[in-house]
Design a protein around this ligand. Sequence first.
Ligand SMILES: Cc1cc2nc3c(=O)[nH]c(=O)nc-3n(C[C@H](O)[C@H](O)[C@H](O)COP(=O)(O)OP(=O)(O)OC[C@H]3O[C@@H](n4cnc5c(N)ncnc54)[C@H](O)[C@@H]3O)c2cc1C
Length: 436
Amino acid sequence: MQQRIVVVGAGFGGLEVVKGLAGAPVDITFIDRRNHHLFQPLLYQVATASLATSEIAWPIRSLVWDRPGVTTVLANVTGVDAKRRLVLLEDGATVPYDTLVLATGARHAYFGHDEWEPYALGLKTLEDATTIRRRILVAFERAEQEADPEKQAALLTFVIVGAGPTGVELAGTIAELARDTLPREFRNIDTGRARVVLIEAGQRVLAGFPEDLSDYALRSLRKLGVEVELGRAVSDCSADSVTYGDIRLATRTIIWVAGVRASPAAEWLGAPADRVGRIQVMPDLTVPGHPEIFAIGDTVTVNGPDGKPAPGIAPAAKQEGRYVAAVIKQRLRGDAEPQPFHYRHQGSLAQIGKRRAVIDFGWMRLRGALAWWLWGIAHIYFLIGSRARLSVAINWLWVHARNQRSARLITQGEAQIESPENPTAKGAVKANSPLG
Ligand SMILES: Cc1cc2nc3c(=O)[nH]c(=O)nc-3n(C[C@H](O)[C@H](O)[C@H](O)COP(=O)(O)OP(=O)(O)OC[C@H]3O[C@@H](n4cnc5c(N)ncnc54)[C@H](O)[C@@H]3O)c2cc1C
């Protein structure tokens, strides 16, 4: 019998393991609770109506159809019985393994304030993105019909918490949607008056970037009309307001991109974890005490030889996935133990708005229009398949040239409009439902 490899999670890390094992004499079971692989870096473009869901997600089966040794399973993993080498599924079934790879990612977290979740929408899945899109578009619709100026102002106030790359990208794009795309279509309101407020507890936006690029991003956001509030932590979120510092701001739309929590993989194994639940894996990415279990991507933390942890970004997950596939193949051949995993940083990118982006390659920094073009080319390159690449490129050209955003559809409900007070109104999909 061939080695049974079970890979849990078809995100960036898991997919890379499966790709890397092509040609190896193994049987692979590829488990995910969703039927698609998702390109999370462009989720914010779905949330802001620039791209459609099918442009950034692909059915997992379609990615491995030509690999007879790979069996795809749609299931929610709820635990691991490491003694009996079984993966436990929600429906009570089990999947046996000889080697297990956990690549189950992370979710947004509210720093111990889970009660904020119904009001402060996280962005991690396609459902999250379409829920945010719905909330933004419905806010404009309701503002158009609202006679009370205070309520109208609250509807036209969009708050983003967390000024990392996703927060900056969301803020810039919502500002452009309000100022460039929507004004000519509304009769009673000037959508250009919408307030986009980006709140950050730290002292600068894009804190992971060099200071000059952070400063450029801050100036660019302000040019777009985004109000940036630095050095103030959010202390409360409710259906109609957000409180930060000593300010209570009336709003009906809060988007939360401020924190993450790892998947519960560490709990499944009783493995050592850091404060956000990431497994502290060994230098060869195995779980301590379990040489037959690897864990990779956002659900782990691993220090490089320089003592720095690999960041929670797609290239790190992909490099870890490739490394694990190589180790498994080495073991099958009976070769010597591998060198420890070594993360290589290729660069950090963030888009701020049309024709504005920042890139830090380490050895070179770019900003402005050139960075924006490179950002676009890099993202198109990393999409899967020519259809998605072409379709995204055309959509971006349309946004660029004509300010049109094709995916401005309010879905997941009929006349019943989901509101922050009633987040699960008839027909509305709960933001965190694992299967939508
Ligand atoms: C909004 C957003 C923007 C981002 N932007 C960037 C960016 O610009 N550049 C960048 O490099 N990185 C970016 N990232 C980070 C990047 O997406 C992650 O680092 C990367 O996805 C991690 O890969 P992964 O394989 O560990 O996890 P994921 O890609 O998250 O994959 C995890 C998979 O596991 C599945 N899964 C989870 N739990 C279970 C379970 N119990 N049972 C079955 N299946 C399960 C999930 O359905 C998912 O398919 C962004 C992330 C987000 C959320």
